[in-house]
Write a protein that binds this ligand. Structure first.
Ligand code: F0G
Length: 454
């Protein structure tokens, strides 16, 4: 059969509350046009994030009942640790309440003033945690990854020449090399196995530990299987193991490719680093066998890790996003191509070419999609990245709107409604105005900034 169906049926449902355009206009005024301030009951289709928004399986809910809430020595921790190490064979697995907690612990140890940490593209919390220690987060993405219409199969790859040159010039100040799979900030684009291995080899040559931000490791492995020469016949767990075999550690948000609503971990091979990290964990998160999570959360992650590497699931997952992308492309809406693993990214800079970057075309589009159809999306452009550490403002590399697709949550008719809303807004794009920021906090301004229309 040609039709790729959702490889699950639905056992429990959550009603969606309908709202009118008029109501949504009022909500936008009340929330100063910041979609993070909108109540989720006032959203029809919530594509703000794919993080922590997965539908859990019946097996995960069953596992939750098995959760052992002992402070120390819980079998839930053992099952969690075994499930992680089945795919990512690191010596020490340190649970945290989510990905950024793992980042905060890692960079509080290896970061610090004067340090520089290269990656393909750091995600915003990773960047925030690096910069909070006084270190610099450096993005060395391949040029193809910055061009929304370039069809390169692995647009998340780290530029190996740039990494060589960077390490040659800065070796003394680099504590580690990182790579993010998939590259969320750059459009959910995958990194090839060959690139991961080459980055690891270069890092090793300079004596630098290599860490993977593995949030969407399974989606990345799927792209390796279907796009990288010689990988088609391999199993997903096999590919995952090979991705992580060449790393010295990883940070992870279990809220993505583990189908959990909360959780994460830091994993490392180095005993000394693990000792220091566990001490910090006890101070800030909790004891080493639960790290800010309940035993039941560890169980949900352990079961989720088994489900996320299923090929039927991954095929459906990527196909569902590609379907949205194809329909938008056919309707003349510019998107980041090829469609990535967890989201469809609209190129708002190209769609709303009449709005200058520092009048935030991405924010203008996100607001218009909410107003027209109750769709909540997320600007990934100059609102998110424009403010520089020195206080100046400059346009981001791309002005994108991310439609992040929660895992196993929405059906194809939700996708068809979404497509209809976007095409309707795109059809009257000239009527959309830019936005102005009225107030913003000192960092991570996109979460709380207040906007007005220009
Ligand atoms: N790294 C990447 C690549 C991410 O996408 C995220 C979170 C994190 C780290 C941090 O993990 O949320 O568990 O603390 N991304 C979410 C998103 C928030 O919407 O893309 P966390």
């Amino acid at each position: 059969m040609k039709t790729i169906i959702e490889p699950f049926r639905i056992k429990s449902v959550e009603p969606i509350r309908m709202t009118s355009v008029e109501q949504r206009r009022q909500i936008l005024r009340d929330t100063h046009y910041n979609l993070f301030a909108v109540r989720s009951q006032d959203v029809l289709i919530d594509l703000l994030t794919d993080s922590g928004t997965s539908a859990m399986s019946s097996e995960q809910w069953a596992a939750i009942m098995r959760g052992d809430e002992s402070y120390a020595g819980s079998p839930s921790f053992e099952r969690f640790e075994a499930a992680v190490r089945e795919l990512m064979p690191f010596k020490h697995v340190i649970p945290t309440h989510q990905g950024r907690a793992a980042e905060a612990i890692l960079f509080s140890i290896v970061g610090g003033a004067g340090k520089k940490i290269p990656s393909n593209t750091h995600f915003d919390t990773t960047r925030g945690n690096i910069e909070a220690t006084g270190a610099q987060a450096v993005d060395l993405l391949i040029e193809e990854g910055k061009d929304p219409s370039n069809l390169h199969p692995f647009k998340g790859n780290l530029d190996l020449d740039k990494l060589e040159a960077f390490l040659a010039a800065n070796a003394a100040s680099v504590p580690c090399v990182m790579i993010t799979v998939t590259n969320n900030a750059g459009g959910g684009q995958p990194v090839s196995l060959a690139n991961i291995q080459a980055v690891s080899e270069i890092a090793r040559r300079y004596g630098k530990p290599f860490f993977i931000d593995g949030c969407r490791f399974a989606e990345n492995a799927w792209f390796i299987k279907v796009r990288e020469p010689g990988q088609a016949s391999r199993s997903i767990p096999d590919i995952v193991r090979e991705m992580f075999a060449v790393a010295d550690g990883m940070t992870m948000s279990a809220k993505k490719d583990a189908f959990a609503n909360i959780g994460g971990w830091l994993a490392v091979n180095d005993d000394e680093l693990a000792r220091t990290a566990k001490n910090r964990l006890i101070l800030t998160e909790g004891f080493t066998s639960y790290g800010g999570l309940a035993g039941r959360d560890l169980e949900a992650i352990a079961q989720g890790l088994k489900e996320v590497v299923d090929e039927d699931y991954l095929q459906y997952r990527v196909r569902a996003n590609t379907y949205i992308g194809e329909r938008l492309t056919a309707g003349g809406v510019p998107i980041v191509l090829p469609v990535g693993g967890h989201a469809v990214f609209i190129d708002a800079g190209a769609l709303l070419a009449h709005i200058p970057a520092l009048q935030y075309p991405g924010q203008a589009l996100a607001v218009a999609l909410y107003e027209a159809g109750g769709i909540r999306s997320c600007e990934i452009g100059s609102v998110m990245f424009g403010r520089q550490p020195d206080g100046s403002e400059k346009p981001a590399a791309m002005e994108l709107v991310r439609l992040a697709i929660p895992r196993r949550v929405y059906t194809q008719s939700h996708a068809d409604y979404l497509i209809e809303v976007i095409l309707e807004v795109a059809g009257r794009k000239q009527s959309l105005d830019g936005m102005r920021i009225e107030w913003e906090p000192k960092s991570l301004r996109h979460f709380t900034a207040r906007f007005t229309r220009t």
